[in-house]
Write a protein that binds this ligand. Structure first.
Ligand SMILES: N[C@@H](CCC(=O)N[C@@H](CS)C(=O)NCC(=O)O)C(=O)O
Length: 193
């Protein structure tokens, strides 16, 4: 299987970390790509031009991180763990946190005169509410939704260090300190290019 990814993408990091949790990272050949360069190879595999994309064993292109994770769980015969409504709902919130953070990052990259204060404020409010309401996972649980939450929080620290999400989310901040050295997080953590 080939995984088209960018080293800084939090969605691709979710897939890479899930593969490590499942013990199947050796089955995946990583292919680094920057989607913002509009590479034809990526667009031929995913018309949305986004990473991650997994070329599955039968040649199917899987084009979304949750779908790819579901596929990896299927490969391991552990489908039910991803498909529960509780997990999908917690994942949706954590993934939405990534979406809001990424929107802010992309908006900041536009010329200052073109940036929308309205949208920046909405996305910042979404980040503040979602981090404040995130529930600390029960002891020892670290499923795909918890993994996604940890990746979302680290993405905030990585790209948006000026956003102080910790003040309104002390419990989750303490939880992140507990889990940050887990191998699937430590070995996939991006560094600044
Ligand atoms: N829902 C997708 C989101 C993927 C996504 O937005 N990836 C970003 C990189 S972090 C991307 O490729 N952006 C390029 C673009 O939007 O043109 C997933 O979960 O995989």
């Amino acid at each position: 299987m080939k995984l088209h990814y960018s080293p800084t993408s939090p969605y691709a990091r979710k897939v890479r970390a899930a593969a490590i949790q499942l013990g199947i990272e050796h089955l995946i050949e990583p292919v680094a790509v920057n989607p913002l360069d509009d590479p034809a190879d990526l667009e031929a595999r995913n018309p949305l031009g986004k990473v991650p994309v997994l070329e599955a064993a039968d040649g199917t292109m899987l084009c979304d991180s949750l779908v790819i994770c579901q596929y990896l769980f299927d490969v391991q015969g552990r489908s039910a763990e991803v498909l529960s409504i509780d997990l999908l709902n917690r994942h949706a919130l954590a993934n939405g946190l990534i979406d809001a953070a990424l929107n802010i990052v992309m908006e900041h990259r536009r010329d200052a005169s073109r940036q929308s204060d309205y949208w920046l404020d909405r996305w910042c409010q979404a980040v503040a509410r979602t981090t404040a309401q995130a529930a600390v996972p029960p002891e020892r649980r670290f499923d795909l939704a918890d993994l996604t939450l940890a990746i979302a929080l680290e993405y905030l620290d990585f790209r948006l260090p000026d956003i102080d999400w910790r003040t309104g989310a002390r419990d989750i901040a303490a939880w992140l300190v507990e889990v940050r050295d887990y191998p699937e997080l430590a070995s996939t953590r991006p560094s600044h290019e």
